[in-house]
Design a protein around this ligand. Structure first.
Ligand code: SAM
Length: 279
């Protein structure tokens, strides 16, 4: 489908919620795959309805053009598999789907993520921002082990990255049972299940504090959870926040201004990732 790139995040969420195992974004085109099922008619209808909704909210965006293609059964897997390639994230990682192998490893560690129903395949600017800041924070620990908390773990990608960067134990929480199921499978594929405590516990129920807390949510959720998030960060600890649209960044920073200093701020496309440190 050809569409305005500003609508890609909303479209990706919609397509994946409707069962596409992942989406591929190329310039102004977004591609999604659906296994053949009796539901395809309703997916087409719902997509048209969703696009009408987007056009009403953003009348300035160009009208999307949709093209449907039926792939022969025998080609289906290889057709969508070839769109998910290993990709470098930061200086420390390759993120790869289970069926692919990165060309050269170098110093990079591999994280295997099955593109599926949970957010966090390493392609999104917010996930990458959190991984890059996690890498920088881990370097400051200089090989000393640390504990961490991942709020909104999705596919589990950030918790897995933190373990690979030297965390002794990571507490990973999500409110979505589907995400937790996907995360559990990804932890197993990466052999880190012993080091990650995965749970649907609400943030307010977690009583420990952590030297590293990462939360890739939305600006609105971060603001709502601000007091719980800050109280989970140990003295001199780090707080990595993402999922923040650029115009909302200041509002988020203000929530933490009393006790935290902004160490770094990374902007990619319309997204901002923040690295804060408790004073
Ligand atoms: C943008 S995804 C981030 C996934 C992954 N951590 C990453 O960086 O790619 C946000 C995740 O947070 C979860 N979430 C939303 N609100 C939450 C809350 N109040 N507490 C815990 N998880 C939440 C969602 O279910 C979703 O899986």
């Amino acid at each position: 489908m050809r569409a305005d790139p500003s609508t890609f995040d909303a479209l990706s969420n919609f397509l994946m919620e409707r069962g596409s195992p992942g989406v591929v974004i190329r310039k102004s085109e977004i591609q999604a795959y659906f296994a053949k099922s009796g539901e395809n008619g309703s997916i087409k209808k719902d997509l048209r309805c969703f696009l009408r909704g987007i056009s009403e909210i953003h009348p300035e965006t160009e009208t999307p053009r949709i093209r449907w293609r039926i792939l022969k059964d025998r080609n289906w897997n290889s057709s969508w598999h070839r769109f998910f390639r290993p990709q470098k994230v930061g200086k420390a990682f390759w993120v790869t789907p289970p069926w692919a192998t990165p060309r050269t490893l170098g110093q990079r560690q591999v994280i295997i993520i099955e593109p599926g129903m949970a957010f966090g395949t390493g392609t999104h600017a917010t996930t990458r921002g959190c991984m890059e800041f996690s890498e920088q924070v881990a370097a400051l620990f200089g090989g000393t082990e640390f504990n961490a908390l991942d709020v909104g773990t999705g596919s589990g990608i950030l918790a897995i990255a933190l373990v690979k960067l030297g965390a002794r134990k990571v507490w990973a929480v999500d409110v979505d049972p589907v995400a937790l199921k996907v995360a559990r499978e990804n932890l197993r594929c990466n052999h880190v299940q012993e080091k990650i405590h995965l749970s649907e516990a609400k943030l307010s129920r977690i009583k420990k504090s952590f030297p590293v807390v990462v939360a890739n949510l939305t600006a609105e959720t971060i603001i709502e959870l601000a007091r719980s998030l800050e109280s989970r960060v140990a003295a001199k600890g780090f707080l990595i926040l993402s999922g923040i649209l650029n115009p909302k960044a200041k509002q988020v920073i203000n929530q933490f201004a009393a006790d935290f200093k902004v160490m770094r701020r990374k902007r990619e496309k319309e997204w901002v990732t923040l690295l804060l440190r408790r004073r």
